[in-house]
Each structure stands twice: as structure tokens, then as C-alpha cells.
Ligand binder design. Structure first.
Ligand SMILES: *Cc1c(COP(=O)(O)O)cnc(C)c1O
Length: 376
């Protein structure tokens, strides 16, 4: 027998999460998660799942039947889109203007697909012109994949134009909306997005670990016409749908993360009560307050105002300032977490998130006061 380890219960402090995610969880969402677990095929739970599906459809602004929350974080939503849709040998135009575009490329290659990468400078949106050139140069491409809101840089891409181009060139669009959903305008049906995934822990004020996804009827047709089975059993949407739909005859696929789904239901219910447009506006207003304060502190933005994400503010670290020490001091003395730079921007920039419940006036004030103290 090994000795039994004896520990205190884990009691995290109440931090203010203003990094690139996870972001602050709404107290009502935390409370929802603490409610009693019930069976995952309990009729009451299935009723809750049906409401949840409608709430996800609202958040995405879609009527897509194949709309669910994958029982795993945003990265699994990404994998769900690629592994279900891309078959070996198929060509995918992948836009790369940050860390997450590169992950899309890796996903394509792991499915056996051929990635044609369109590179962009970090901190800039995906170039619509370059994408059009790639679509013309590769008439055999089947998909166009891009990140709507690049969390590694803070740049917003023109999803509407990119999806219109994909359609014009007979490609299905695969869109990463992990950071955009709930934070900036996103209209899945109107923009003609075919496959989209998001995450619970960015602008939805929810706990981490779930990924809302949605497939258009065209994407479902492509999935059903596959010549080979989906390589991942767990993420195979044709199997998962038997669990998320069907009148009274839900079949067991996996045990849903029951309490986490209560949390997402509550988070999306709160989003619907606030109204999507109001939520987008709140993120923009809080961004403007933060921007004015950061500029007064002499901090410069990495991303141009024209395509800057309100929910993810990337600023250069001033000369002579110790990146790690500042973030450590903010965490230890102010209970405030901001994000480090990622990839090309590691050590060069901070990423200050204003996502979901974190996008509030008191957080903006705290962040500006704390940064002002620490930088002085
Ligand atoms: C956070 C993020 C992901 C990954 O989500 P996880 O929940 O961390 O797995 C994917 N894409 C973008 C743009 C993100 O910001």
C-alpha cells in the first residue's frame, strides 16, 4: 500500500481574470454548476439539453439542426470540425495570422488533408485578397478555414467576406469563433458559415471545458457523403447527434458533463436575457474605457484600431519593464490575471482580456489602477 496523501480542500482565491481565457465566470453560472447532478438521460436533463441547443443556436444566430456543445474545450471543437469534414487527400486553404491558424493547419494534416497556408503578419487580419488568390490558384480546394478572432494577437478578421469568397469558390467554410462568440458581431446563417466552433470560457462568462459547435446543412451533407468513417469515435458527429436529438429516443453515447452543461445553460440564458447586440456593445464600451486608460499610461496597442478586438487588448510591454515580474505582482497583490504574449509576441506584449463577465467597469478601473501602480 502507498501512504494516502492528506491535503486541505482546494480553496482558490477570488481572482479577476483579464487574460485570454479562462475569463471571469458569472456568479449565477457558478451557482448553476453546484446544483445536484441528475442522470444524463433523465427526462428533465434532456429537456435542459433541448433548451441549451436553442440557446446555442441563438448565440450563433443559426437555425442549423446540427448544433451542440462538444463535451470538451475549444480545442476539441476545432478538432470536431476538421475530423468530421476533411477526408484524406482533400485540400484546405488555411489562413494563419497567429497561433490558432497554425493549429488549424496541424488539424488538417492529421486528418490526412492537404493544407494550403495563406500567411499573414501577426497582429493583422486575414487578407481577403490573398485568400481569393489562393482560392483561384487552387480550384480543387474543398474548404476555407480561418480564425475569426485571433486571441494570440487581438486581431479580428472579416468573416463575412471570407465566407462569401468560400461560397463563390465552392468551398465550405470552417470558422474558429472561440473568442468572438458573445464578444463581437457573429451571424452564422447570414454570413453563410458552414462549420463553426467556440469555447465556453471566453466571452460566454462560463466555466472552461465545453465547445459549442454548429454545422450547416451543406456541411452535414458533406459529412454524410464521407467515403471513410470519421477517424475519431468520440468526436464523430453522426454518433453524437443520436444523443443530442431525437424525439424521446436518445441513445447513450458518452456521459455528458452534467453540471458543466447546467453552467453553459445558465451562461447562455444570461446572454439571451442581456441580448446579443447589447453584449457586443458592452464589450466595445469597456474596450474604449480600457483603451483610453492604457494610452494615458503610455501603452501602445499592437493591433490597429480598425480591426482590433474589444475583448482582447494586446499592448507592447514598455522598454525596461520586467514582463514576468509585473504579471506576478498583479496576481499576488491585486488578484488580477492578465495574459502574457504568445508565439511571436512572447515577452513583447501583454494580452488584457475583457471577456464576458470580465467586461465590466469595475474590472477596467482595477486593471488601470493596478497597472499604473506597478509600472510606477
Ligand atoms: C482559446 C482558444 C482556442 C482553444 O480553446 P480551449 O478551450 O483552450 O481548448 C481555440 N481558438 C482560439 C481562437 C482561442 O482563443
Amino acid at each position: 500500500m502507498f501512504a494516502a496523501p492528506q491535503f486541505q480542500a482546494f480553496n482558490p482565491p477570488r481572482r479577476i481574470l483579464m487574460g485570454p481565457g479562462p475569463s471571469d465566470v458569472h456568479p449565477q453560472v457558478l451557482a448553476a454548476q453546484a446544483r445536484p447532478a441528475i442522470g444524463h438521460l433523465d427526462p428533465l436533463f434532456i429537456g435542459m439539453m433541448d433548451e441549451l441547443k436553442q440557446l446555442i443556436q441563438y448565440a450563433f444566430q443559426t437555425k442549423n439542426e446540427m448544433t451542440i456543445a462538444v463535451s470538451a474545450p475549444g480545442s476539441a471543437g476545432m478538432e470536431t470540425c476538421f475530423v468530421n469534414l476533411v477526408e484524406p487527400g482533400e485540400k484546405v486553404i488555411v489562413c494563419r495570422n497567429g497561433v490558432f491558424g497554425e493549429r488549424m493547419r496541424q488539424n488538417v494534416e492529421r486528418t490526412g488533408g492537404i493544407a494550403v497556408v495563406v500567411d499573414n503578419v501577426w497582429g493583422e487580419p486575414v487578407s481577403v485578397t490573398d485568400v481569393e488568390a489562393a482560392l483561384i490558384a487552387h480550384p480543387d480546394a474543398k474548404f476555407l478555414a480561418f480564425v475569426h478572432a485571433e486571441t494570440s494577437t487581438g486581431a479580428l478578421s472579416d468573416a463575412q467576406s471570407l465566407c462569401a469568397l468560400a461560397k463563390k469558390h465552392d468551398c465550405l467554410s470552417i470558422v474558429d469563433a472561440v473568442t468572438s462568440l458573445g464578444g463581437v458581431e457573429l451571424l452564422v446563417d447570414e454570413w453563410g458559415i458552414d462549420a463553426i466552433y467556440s469555447g465556453s470560457q471566453k466571452c460566454l462568462s462560463c466555466v472552461p471545458g465545453l465547445s459549442p459547435v454548429s454545422f450547416s446543412p451543406a456541411a452535414v451533407t458533406k459529412l454524410k457523403a464521407r467515403k471513410t468513417p470519421v477517424q475519431s469515435w468520440f468526436l464523430d458527429q453522426t454518433l453524437v447527434m443520436g444523443y443530442w436529438s431525437g424525439e424521446g429516443k436518445r441513445s447513450y453515447h458518452h456521459t455528458a458533463p452534467v453540471n458543466a452543461l447546467y453552467a453553459l445553460h445558465e451562461a447562455l440564458r444570461l446572454l439571451a436575457a442581456e441580448g446579443l447586440e447589447n453584449a457586443w456593445q458592452r464589450h466595445q464600451q469597456m474596450h474604449q474605457l480600457l483603451r483610453d486608460g492604457l494610452q494615458q499610461l503610455g501603452l501602445e496597442f499592437v493591433v490597429d484600431e480598425a480591426y482590433r478586438l474589444p475583448q482582447l487588448n494586446t499592448v507592447y510591454i514598455p522598454q525596461g519593464i520586467d514582463d514576468a515580474l509585473v504579471r506576478k505582482t498583479l496576481l499576488e497583490q491585486y488578484n488580477l490575471e492578465i495574459g502574457a504574449g504568445l508565439g511571436d509576441l512572447a515577452g513583447k506584449a501583454w494580452r488584457i482580456g475583457l471577456m464576458g463577465y470580465a467586461a465590466r467597469r469595475e474590472n477596467v478601473s482595477l486593471c488601470l489602477r493596478a497597472l499604473s501602480d506597478v509600472l510606477a
